[in-house]
Ligand binder design. Sequence first.
Ligand SMILES: C[S@@+](CC[C@H](N)C(=O)[O-])C[C@H]1O[C@@H](n2cnc3c(N)ncnc32)[C@H](O)[C@@H]1O
Length: 436
Amino acid sequence: MPEIAGVLSSRRILPSTNSFTGEEDSKKQRHITFWDKLVVNGGGGIKLGFIGKCIAVILFVLLLVFIFARSRGMIDCGSYPRLSRLYGSDTGDEGVGFEFGSLGVPWCRSKQGKTVEWTNEDLLKGLEEFVPIYETRPIKNNMFGMGFDHSFGLWFMTRWLKPVLMIESGAFKGHSTWVLRQAMPMSDIISLSPRHPEKYLTKGPAYVDANCTYLSGKDFVDFGSVNWKSLLKKREISDLSKVLVFFDDHQNELKRLKQALKAGFQNLIFEDNYDTGTGDHYSFRQICDQSYIKGGGHICFKDGDEARIRSERKKFWEKAVDIEELCGKRDAWWGVRGQMRDNFNHSNRVISYAEHFQNSRFIETILDVYWELPPVAGPSLTHQTRYDPARVSTPIVEDGRFNLFQKLGLSKLEASTFNGYTQMIYLQVSAPNTKR
Ligand SMILES: C[S@@+](CC[C@H](N)C(=O)[O-])C[C@H]1O[C@@H](n2cnc3c(N)ncnc32)[C@H](O)[C@@H]1O
């Protein structure tokens, strides 16, 4: 009966009552009594007593509360200031962690996962070359037209692709025509815009290109109504991979894509690739914003994490979209509050999620390459305050790299010229089931 013997023997151990050490022993006894409640000295080591167990439970509960509060952002550990978190790092270190993408950056999936040939190194070299060119632009203030980021993107991609023909839809005062001309001095340009850029000359600077065919004014034809087959035949262009089409006309991009596919064009650039919940036309960013894409899909729950992050970011970024703006009736978040917008928002048809989803699946069947131009530089360098860096890819010149920003001549440009970034995209497309 070893267990009973053990119990009996432990009960037999009494505190010492030696008359010489009585006081000492009584203190020791009181101490042992408290300690006994805290821990019990068992044969195999220290075990928790009643008070010890209570303290352990309290500590454990406190730990759980702390972890929960941190995960909900209720506790800011304050290891670095709030703004530096939104801007990235202000330490000047290279390769520092950014909060870019904390809301997630959706993208369009291509057929074979192919990407562009150029690298960030190529973009940096391009910037070095483009800044002095940009400084010679005829239209210094191009409000309602492209700013620096997209001007650079259009110039860089055009020069890389070397098209024999450039088609532009949406010319305004002619700034983008000028950019195309800087990239390819000898190639043909066809520019479609209801109003001829020369009309702006009476009010101020505009650009009219001597070697451009303008389908404007009384000659205006919408891109979707042009007889491209006959027009290209007249120009003896049979290889459509040598043609670049640039859209900056605020039309539904799905509509423009279908028109371009029908004509057989393969290289497309869209200027205003608006983010979900913003803009006056249905864009690729919107179409591809789907729950099955990393960073895509939205949750309209007003007390949810996304709502909380969005309302925080709205305080800092003018064009950030909070959950009330993002979600329309019956929690419709796709497009712009469930609308498929077109033609400067003159048309805004409500579409179901099923239709929106089908649109993204269609895009995936025709897409060979999808590439979003990153912002030229991080917001702590450019001082742009409009677009939310959490919804864009990593900038070409990352925050903290002021020396590089300065070396490239970017610090000389006005801050307002960096405010117009809307995720310009380059697409390479082909008919469904065609591999390239
Ligand atoms: C944002 S502006 C273009 C800015 C220009 N690309 C630039 O960089 O300065 C849009 C232009 O699209 C033109 N536009 C409107 N409807 C159009 C259409 N159906 N086809 C082509 N252009 C159109 C407008 O008249 C306007 O000039």
